[in-house]
Design a protein around this ligand. Structure first.
Ligand SMILES: [Zn+2]
Length: 413
C-alpha cells in the first residue's frame, strides 16, 4: 500500500542520481520500477519534454506527477527500458511493445508482470510501463468486492455449460481483473475438470490450468482466425479478451450457441449499452436472445480516506448529485495533507457494478427487441437490475466514496 510521501521519496531518490554517471539510466529505471511496485502503481509514464524526462505514475486510477529529471548524458532511461524488454533500440521512429524480464531485479519485482510500450513523439520516445502485481490481484470472485447479490448470481452463471457472459466497462474499470478471477474460479470450482482456452490481445496475466493464447497480427494469427481454430480444440469454456470487431463477436456468439460457455470483455458504458452496441455490430437479435446469460458492467471509484474524510460542507460538494438527506455523506479533504493518503483524500478503490440477467424467455424477448439504450435500461430495472448509478448513491450515502469522485468516474450518467 501507499506509504506517506512515497511520491516525494522517489522524487528525492531520482534527484540524487548523477546524470553524468554511466550507470545513470540503469539506476534510474531500477529505482522507479521498485518504487512503483512498493506503492502498487498500475502504470509508469516516462515522457520526454523540453526540460527533461517527465515521470508520472498511476495510483488508484489517478495519474500523479513525480517530477522532471535529466535524461542522462550518455545513457537514457527510455533506451534502458527498451533493452530490458528486448525492443529494437535503433528504431526510435515506430511504436514498439514488449515484456520486461523481471528476474534481473531479484526479489524486488518478484511476481510482477511488466509490459513496456514506446511511442515516438516530437520530443523523443515516450515509454509507458504497465505493472501487474499478481499478489495484489483479486484471485477469486469473492476477492473482487462485488456486491454480494451480483457475486452470487455471477458465480452461478460461470458454472453454466453454454451461453455468453460479458464483462463490460470503459478502459481502467477492472474488467480484465474480473474476467481473470472468473476463470480462476471456474478452474478452482471444477478442480481443473473443464477445458478452458483463451484468446487474448495481449495476455495480461498467466492463469494456471488454462491454455492461453495471444494473437499475433504479424503472423496472421488474428482474433478471427484464432477463434476459428480454437473451437476445433474441444474447449468447454472460452475467454475472448476483448471483443472489438463484428466478426470476432459473431464467432464468439456462435460458440455460445453451440455448447460452449463464452466469457468476454467488451467496451461499453453500461450493461444496456452493451446490448445496443452488440446489435449495432450486426449480432442478430435471436442470437443475443438465446445466448446472453449475463452482462456485468463495472466501474472503479476511489474510497475516501477514513483518517481525513469530512462531512460535506456545501451544495457544491454534492457535485450535482440529487440526494435528499446529507447525513453521512462525506467529501475528501484534498490538499489538507493527511499522511495516510498523501493528501489525496482517498485510499484504495471499490467496485460499483450492475448485472443484467435476461433470464425469463419473455423478458429476454422484450429486452433485446428494444433498441434505445434508455429503453433497455428501463426494462432491465423494472425486472430487478440495480444500476451502477444507484450503487454509487448507496456508496455515497454510506460515506465510502465522495459525490465528486462518483461524478468523476461516472460522468453524468
Ligand atoms: Zn487522508
Amino acid at each position: 500500500m501507499s506509504s506517506p510521501s512515497c511520491t516525494l521519496r522517489l522524487c528525492n531518490s531520482l534527484k540524487e542520481l548523477d546524470p553524468a554517471d554511466e550507470g545513470y539510466a540503469t539506476r534510474f529505471v531500477d529505482c522507479v520500477l521498485v518504487a512503483s511496485r512498493e506503492v502498487s502503481a498500475s502504470d509508469l509514464h516516462l515522457q520526454p519534454t523540453d526540460a527533461g524526462l517527465d515521470v508520472r505514475w498511476r495510483l488508484d486510477g489517478v495519474l500523479q506527477s513525480i517530477g522532471t529529471f535529466p535524461r542522462g548524458e550518455s545513457t537514457d532511461p527510455v533506451t534502458r527500458l527498451k533493452v530490458l524488454a528486448g525492443l529494437l533500440t535503433y528504431r526510435q521512429d515506430v511504436p514498439q511493445e514488449g515484456r520486461l524480464q523481471n528476474d534481473r531485479f531479484g526479489d524486488a519485482m518478484c511476481g510482477v508482470e511488466m509490459r513496456v510500450s514506446t511511442f515516438p513523439t516530437l520530443r523523443g520516445e515516450r515509454a509507458v510501463v504497465r505493472l501487474f502485481n499478481n499478489s495484489d490481484q483479486p484471485w477469486f470472485l469473492d476477492d473482487l468486492g462485488l456486491p454480494a447479490d451480483i457475486s452470487d448470481t455471477w458465480h452461478h452463471r460461470i458454472a453454466e455449460t453454454s451461453g455468453a457472459l460479458i464483462v463490460c466497462g470503459p478502459a481502467g474499470s477492472g474488467k480484465t481483473t474480473t474476467a481473470y478471477a472468473s476463470i480462476r474460479q471456474i478452474v478452482n470450482d471444477t478442480d481443473g475438470g473443464r477445458s478452458v482456452v483463451t484468446i487474448e490481445d495481449p495476455i495480461e496475466v498467466e492463469v494456471a490450468g488454462v491454455a492461453q493464447s495471444q494473437v499475433n497480427a504479424n503472423s496472421d494469427f488474428t482474433m478471427v482466425t484464432g477463434l476459428r481454430s480454437l473451437l476445433r480444440q474441444d474447449p468447454e469454456v472460452i475467454f475472448v479478451g476483448e471483443v472489438r470487431d463484428p466478426q470476432a463477436a459473431g464467432i464468439t456468439f456462435q460458440a455460445a450457441l453451440t455448447g460452449q460457455l463464452a466469457l468476454s470483455t467488451f467496451h461499453a458504458n453500461s450493461a444496456a449499452a452493451a446490448i445496443s452496441r452488440l446489435s449495432d455490430m450486426g449480432i442478430e437479435p435471436y442470437v443475443l436472445r438465446s445466448c446472453i446469460r449475463g452482462i456485468l458492467h463495472q466501474r472503479l471509484v476511489r474510497k475516501l480516506c477514513e483518517d481525513c474524510k469530512q462531512p460535506i460542507a456545501s451544495e457544491s460538494d454534492m457535485a450535482g448529485w440529487k440526494i435528499e438527506t446529507r447525513d453521512g455523506i462525506f467529501a475528501s479533504a484534498t490538499g489538507v495533507g493527511c499522511q495516510s493518503c498523501q493528501g489525496t483524500g482517498y485510499r484504495g478503490r471499490m467496485l460499483l457494478a450492475e448485472l443484467l440477467v435476461p433470464d425469463d424467455g419473455s423478458i429476454r424477448q422484450d429486452l433485446i427487441s428494444r433498441s434505445e439504450v434508455s429503453e433497455i435500461e428501463k426494462f432491465a430495472v423494472a425486472n430487478g437490475m440495480v444500476t451502477v448509478r444507484e450503487r454509487a448513491v448507496t456508496a455515497i450515502r454510506a460515506g465510502k466514496t465522495s459525490p465528486a469522485e462518483a461524478r468523476r468516474v461516472l460522468g453524468f450518467l
